[in-house]
Write a protein that binds this ligand. Structure first.
Ligand SMILES: [Fe+2]
Ligand SMILES: [Fe+2]
Length: 478
């Protein structure tokens, strides 16, 4: 189970060749996936040799193999964490009963919706990041972008495998639709709004991988607890890959701030714009934007869906089966929400199960805060007084209790006029976006970095920072 079979057309550790029908169905989806990749994957780099990691086992130690590969030749496949003997339902009404190998009829619709919603985000992010290779600040970053992209493609495979194997014709149709919707398309957009937002520059990319991919981590972690065992095992291995995406985001912003500090110290009046750096307040506005849109992904604060997903054993809390929680049924207890009533926030206790989105989100926020602390340690090290702050949960929301209300980042409710007048203080202005765009000039020389970002502390897989992480095809001009 640990090792992956690479002699099959579709690499897998699920003994795919023993199920001819499933194998044929997935093999007929495979060329459509490749067409989608060529059409919507990274533009202009499909012929180049990228130093990528590929999963060769699902064991946590030594699962990855690194080598040069052209992206269209990447071996996308199906890798599930091995089953645990006698795993039992970890939460909800059926707590303690055996987990399911098949989809129970009474939760089929809900499970399909959960899997499709998760699956849809994977190709969406590849589409959002399609043009970024053209402006990469270094070969190291270019390679990381493509690593993230191919693995999001593999995450799509993970969800499509579950749909094909367990949802019959509906599942096959959903898998087809996954390659039809397009991020930002007016007629056929991706399912969740955040995945229709453009990612036009690398600062947005780092914020996305820091905050939006991290939502992905928590959604996957909730599904890794699922009573539907094949889904739990698929998402468990996705989480192993996901860690690198979060690393790219967190260290990306850290390196931007590091460089900003250096430039501030070298420049009179600390005017980093005059020397091509990214000011801290501008980074803060990007953080405000991407953090708040990522909070939206957790869904409504008070949610009957969340309650029934928990009751039915579909979506658990973060690390539900660890020691984090004593009570896995959660019929007792409440959660305190702050609901806006006539322009004021009033506290209200809701039954704990209805607040499961919030419980999951709370774990996410703590994780984000850990990352921000590390960023602020950089500023402190350079004796810079300002600090990056996560905005209040009410700010900038399009979903839930505070949707479209004019809160400022500190959580004060403004009048709509006051909000509109100050909007450019809170979120990236047109001028900010244009300035950042003006910095986006590619740097493709090994070991060199764009002026607005510091080098990383180390390279990939033990290689030096100046390693040639991407070897360009000599016939393609970049
Ligand atoms: Fe993913
Ligand atoms: Fe990711």
């Amino acid at each position: 189970m640990g090792n992956v079979n690479y002699s099959d057309k579709i690499p897998n550790n699920v003994n795919l060749s023993s199920d001819r029908k499933l194998q044929r169905a997935l093999e007929s989806w495979q060329p459509n996936f490749l067409d989608w990749w060529m059409d919507m994957g990274p533009l202009g780099f499909q012929q180049d040799q990228i130093y990528l990691r590929t999963a060769i086992s699902v064991e946590t130690d030594g699962w990855a193999h690194f080598d040069y590969v052209k992206m269209p030749d990447y071996r996308w496949g199906i890798f599930l964490t091995p089953p645990k003997n006698s795993r039992t339902v970890a939460f909800g009404d059926d707590y303690g009963k055996p987990v399911w190998d098949k989809v129970p009829g009474n939760v089929r619709k809900e499970l399909r919706r959960i899997i499709v919603t998760q699956g849809d985000t994977e190709p969406a992010s590849v589409e959002q990041q399609k043009l970024l290779g053209k402006t990469a600040p270094s070969l190291y970053d270019l390679r990381n972008l493509f690593q993230v992209n191919v693995e999001e493609g593999r995450h799509l495979w993970a969800m499509v495998y579950v749909l094909h194997s367990f949802f019959g014709r509906d599942g096959r149709e959903e898998a087809e639709d996954m390659l039809v919707r397009r991020s930002g398309d007016d007629d056929s957009p991706r399912i969740l709004d955040t995945f229709n937002k453009p990612i036009d520059d690398w600062l947005a990319f780092f914020c996305f991988t820091m905050f939006t991919d991290r939502d992905g981590k928590y959604q996957l972690a909730a599904l890794a607890e699922s009573s539907f065992d094949p889904l739990a095992r698929s998402t468990q291995f996705m989480l192993t890959e996901e860690a690198h995406h979060l690393f790219v985001g967190e260290t990306g912003i850290r390196r931007v701030l590091e460089r900003t500090c250096q430039l501030m110290q070298e420049t009179p009046n600390e005017d980093v714009r005059s020397v091509g750096g990214i000011p801290i307040d501008l980074v803060q506005r990007y953080v405000n934007e991407w953090y708040s849109t990522s909070l939206d992904l957790f869904g409504a604060e008070d949610s009957s869906n969340a309650a029934s997903y928990f009751a039915q054993g579909l979506k658990g809390r973060f690390r539900e089966s660890s020691k984090r929680y004593d009570d896995h049924v959660a019929l007792k207890g409440t959660y305190r929400l702050r609901k806006p009533v006539n322009g004021k926030l009033e506290e209200e206790d809701v039954p704990l199960r209805r607040a499961m989105n919030m419980v999951l989100r709370q774990a996410y926020i703590e994780d984000c805060e850990r990352g921000v602390l590390k960023w602020n340690a950089i500023l402190k090290k350079h004796s810079i007084k300002s600090a990056i702050k996560l905005p209040a949960e009410q700010f900038g929301r399009s979903q839930g209790l505070y949707a479209n209300m004019p809160f400022d980042p500190s959580g004060q409710l403004l009048t709509q006029e006051a909000y509109d007048a100050r909007k450019d203080e809170f979120l990236p202005s047109t001028e900010d976006l244009e300035y950042v765009q003006s910095l986006m000039q590619p740097v493709y020389e090994p070991g060199k970095f764009a002026n607005w970002i510091a080098p990383p502390t180390r390279g990939i897989n033990g290689h030096p920072i100046e390693y040639r992480y991407v070897k360009f095809d000599e016939h393609v001009r970049h």
